[in-house]
Design a protein around this ligand. Structure first.
Ligand SMILES: Cc1cc2nc3c(=O)[nH]c(=O)nc-3n(C[C@H](O)[C@H](O)[C@H](O)COP(=O)(O)OP(=O)(O)OC[C@H]3O[C@@H](n4cnc5c(N)ncnc54)[C@H](O)[C@@H]3O)c2cc1C
Length: 224
């Protein structure tokens, strides 16, 4: 069989593409290895009709919806290679399955790369976040720290002020803030710390302190 479309990735993007194609009576195969970007979170917010849903429940509902369309197949495997010929794509997955399709949608998502700081991954997605719209509501008015090595830091700090005025801004040893931006932040009583961070310290996924390479330590409840 040659599918009209293969979709690599079964996150919101891949499942929605499958839903639309299934409804358009196209034969579709979604191949997904179930490692979603937000897999570490307890709850996903800000998606109307699904505010607060767990990532697992979101996928269960998505799969149930696409399965009601008879031309949509779902395979839980990893695609390890894709060959192209003039007329079609040939996918090989981790189970050794060869799948042919005329069109291919890459819905594989993105993976963030974070600085290698002790404690980071034990807190990531539980009290270290990358999107205030997703998790800021739950942390309003709490002691927060915002960290970035890039010039977006000033903008992110300004944005986060809407959720909490109790903010410390860290550059992790990089020159990510201009003198003018530092002055503007300090004029709002925001502490700027420019030394490298050596560890995020917490328990059960909850941040308690940020420790710096020079030995300084600040209590904080969450980081962005
Ligand atoms: C910590 C965190 C919290 C978040 N919280 C929220 C929130 O509260 N609200 C919100 O709206 N958004 C949130 N997001 C963002 C949200 O997760 C993404 O916007 C969304 O997952 C993007 O969907 P996607 O389909 O593009 O990718 P993904 O959801 O990452 O799905 C991609 C899928 O492709 C699969 N895949 C990749 N390569 C292959 C391969 N070779 N073979 C087979 N399968 C493959 C992956 O395993 C994965 O299942 C959060 C993100 C993070 C990191």
């Amino acid at each position: 069989m040659i599918y009209e479309c293969a979709i690599i990735g079964g996150g919101p993007a891949g499942f929605n593409a499958a839903l639309i194609l299934g409804r358009a009576r196209r034969s579709v195969a979604i191949v997904d290895n179930n490692r979603p970007r937000n897999g570490v979170t307890h709850a996903s917010h800000g998606f109307i009709t699904r505010d607060g849903v767990t990532p697992t429940e979101f996928r269960r509902i998505a799969l149930e919806e696409v399965k009601s369309y008879p031309l949509v197949d779902h395979l839980q495997n990893e695609v390890i290679s894709v060959d192209t010929t003039q007329f079609r794509f040939e996918l090989v997955d981790s189970a050794g399955l060869h799948l042919k399709a005329r069109k291919l949608i890459l819905a594989t998502g993105v993976k963030e790369i974070y600085p290698d700081i002790e404690g980071f991954y034990s807190l990531y997605g539980k009290s270290l976040f990358n999107c205030p719209y997703c998790d800021g509501w739950e942390l309003q008015d709490q002691p927060l720290v915002v960290v970035s090595e890039y010039p977006n830091l000033f903008h992110t700090a300004k944005l986060l002020l809407n959720w909490s005025k109790n903010l410390v801004v860290c550059t992790n040893g990089k020159a990510s803030l201009s003198d003018g931006h530092k002055k503007q932040l300090q004029s709002k009583d925001i502490v700027v710390m420019e030394q490298p961070i050596s560890a995020f310290i917490g328990q059960n996924g909850l941040l308690e302190h940020v420790r710096f390479a020079d030995g300084a330590q600040i209590p904080r409840m969450a980081a962005s």
